[in-house]
Design a protein around this ligand. Structure first.
Ligand SMILES: NC(=O)c1ccc[n+]([C@@H]2O[C@H](COP(=O)([O-])OP(=O)(O)OC[C@H]3O[C@@H](n4cnc5c(N)ncnc54)[C@H](O)[C@@H]3O)[C@@H](O)[C@H]2O)c1
Length: 273
């Protein structure tokens, strides 16, 4: 760690909960918080990947516990919170990340699929915020970072239910920021763009699609879980002590490209270089 002392982020010994930490963005976030000296609880409904991701951190000397949990089930989250408190202590940082993508056109999306999206991607975030937030409110300190998506503000065909849940996450976070800010609890959002993880891996199996995806991004590449983990770790840390109710978009600039797509005779993109 750079800086004048070895705990520049102020995360040493902080007790952090990361949901959906069995893989992808959640696993990278748990590892990054652990590298900053935090004690980390990895929650995932997949007990196997959860244990593997936790084992990898423990092997590196981190304080980490695996807690299998379904974030859409209040009883499961309450039990996870009890296990956390017994194993590590009360929660200082919650990273709401557990989510899934089930594409479907709104014209034909079955109600069960809609409800399943809302249950995990939105209601699960609320359940975790309420249950893990209790200790934060009691102790008047804490930080929450919710993983939304660029889909929260950009509609995309076939993503109707997913996008709506992510827009809900963005408002849930702002709502928490004003309700709980006065009690010392901050709430912010990180919205990833195109990130290569198990969730999105199918999109990158086709070489031409993978290349075209990378070309769309101004920084010239698809994102990595670490790109998101770094932003989350900053927002969770004392270095973001005055950041509350914000959305940090981590997408390599892809959401800034709309105007560049509009044809204008006499202007070409190469003229800007
Ligand atoms: N990958 C991307 O391009 C991308 C882009 C924008 C946003 N996101 C968001 O980032 C977050 C993480 O996605 P990822 O790409 O790392 O996905 P991932 O599938 O690699 O990881 C998600 C994890 O969440 C777990 N999970 C799912 N439902 C759960 C539940 N009910 N309870 C507990 N755990 C559950 C899964 O088992 C999995 O380990 C999600 O909220 C996703 O919507 C991802």
């Amino acid at each position: 760690m750079t800086g004048q002392h070895d705990d520049w982020l102020g995360l040493k010994g902080r007790i952090c909960v990361v949901t959906g930490a069995g893989g992808g963005i959640g696993a990278a976030t748990a590892a990054t918080l652990a590298a900053a000296g935090a004690s980390v609880a990895l929650l995932d409904k997949n007990a196997e990947t959860c244990a593997a991701a936790t084992g990898a951190l423990v092997d590196k000397g981190a304080t980490a516990v695996a807690i299998p949990c379904d974030t859409s089930d209040p009883a499961s989250v309450a039990a996870a919170c009890e296990r956390l408190t017994a194993a590590l202590g009360p929660c200082d940082v919650l990273v709401n990340n557990a989510g899934f993508l089930s594409p479907g056109a709104l014209a034909s999306l079955p109600l069960e699929a809609w409800n399943a999206n809302i249950a995990v991607n939105l209601t699960g975030y609320f359940i975790c915020a309420q249950i893990f937030g209790r200790a934060m409110l009691e102790r008047r300190r804490g930080a929450m970072v919710h993983i939304a998506s660029i889909a929260a503000s950009q509609p995309q065909p076939w993503s109707g239910a997913y996008s709506v849940t992510k827009a809900g996450v963005a408002m849930l976070s702002r709502q928490l920021a004003v309700e709980w800010g006065p009690s010392g609890v901050r709430s912010n959002v990180v919205s990833p763009g195109l990130i290569r993880t198990p969730l999105s891996e199918a999109f990158y199996q086709h070489e031409e699609t993978a290349r075209r995806r990378a070309e769309l991004v101004p920084v010239g590449r698809v994102g990595l879980p670490q790109d998101i983990a770094d932003a989350v770790t900053w927002l969770a840390s004392d270095r973001a002590a005055y950041v509350n109710g914000e959305e940090v978009i981590v997408d390599g600039g892809v959401t800034q490209t709309l105007m560049g797509l509009i044809p204008r005779p006499g202007f070409t993109s190469s003229e800007t270089r």
